[in-house]
Design a protein around this ligand. Structure first.
Ligand code: ADP
Ligand code: AMP
Length: 234
């Protein structure tokens, strides 16, 4: 299963990808997580990306292309991936299409998690994540059992932190960038017959059920059937 998760920041891509990773035993490839790791490690890429990420701007397409190419060529992604946060521009979608072509692979689905801006702001203002394992939490919708501590790490649990780019002014800029640069990808993938739209409002479990139904639906089932040689590429 090769899936792209599209949607505004805070729509629940990382949350749903974590559930899908377990269900489909497929790696979750988050370009945001990869950049945050590079920033924390102080790599050359991380040093260039830091100011852009903190300001809610996109990292240049050519830098992202190299990062994603290397990751998708790792052996655990050979059987599939859940791509979260890439592509974010039409140019990146074209880069991904060419990369998959060159690997003789194709996308099965592009899931667009739709959520209105006011709910995005509510979700991002309460988002916390574990500083050690990255697990997502929300102070109201998905709190940890012990305040400020991760349930999934060994006791006493990693510390829960707020991302610097979840500050109100940066969230506004990320939403602006999403509508201008990323939202046009819906049409790009709709034209290729790959887009599946999912309402991302409601509880985490509601959204999980909708995704399951969407992936099992007629379009999903058709895509999951054995492929003929020379089938169309994403
Ligand atoms: P994204 O990866 O799309 O930026 P996240 O998965 O990090 O979004 O979710 C953003 C925030 O919203 C997190 O705090 C997460 O716990 C919370 N969240 C995710 N899905 C839901 C949901 N269906 N209802 C309420 N809160 C949610
Ligand atoms: P995310 O964790 O997906 O919300 O991404 C956090 C930040 O990382 C974004 O606001 C961008 O600054 C940067 N980023 C992540 N993925 C990409 C991408 N595909 N292209 C450009 N910048 C990205």
């Amino acid at each position: 299963m090769r899936v792209v998760l599209l949607g505004p920041p805070g729509a629940g891509k990382g949350t749903q990808a974590a559930a899908m990773r377990e269900r489909y035993r497929t790696p979750h490839v988050s370009t945001g997580d990869m950049l945050r790791t590079a920033i924390a490690a102080g790599t050359p890429l991380g040093r260039t990306a830091r100011a852009l990420v903190d300001a809610g701007q996109l990292v240049p397409d050519d830098m992202m292309a190299g990062l994603v190419r290397d990751r998708l060529q790792e052996s655990d992604a050979a059987g599939g991936f859940i791509l979260d946060g890439f592509p974010r521009t039409v140019e990146q979608a074209e880069i991904l299409g060419r990369l998959l072509d060159s690997m003789g692979r194709e996308l099965d689905h592009v899931l667009l998690l739709g959520l209105e801006d006011a709910e995005v702001v509510r979700r991002l203002s309460g988002r916390r994540s574990c500083a050690s394992c990255g697990a997502p939490y929300h102070v109201i919708a998905a709190p940890s059992r012990v305040e400020g501590r991760c349930d999934r790490c060994a006791p006493p649990g990693g510390t829960l932190v707020q991302r610097p780019d979840d500050r109100e002014d940066v969230v506004a800029e990320r939403l602006r960038v999403y509508h201008e640069r990323t939202a046009p990808l819906a049409d790009h993938y709709r034209r290729r017959g790959l887009l599946r739209e999912v309402d991302a409002s409601g509880s985490v479990e509601d959204v999980e059920r909708r995704i399951l139904v969407t992936l099992a639906g007629p379009a999903g089932a058709a895509k999951a059937a054995p492929r003929r040689a020379g089938g169309d590429r994403a």
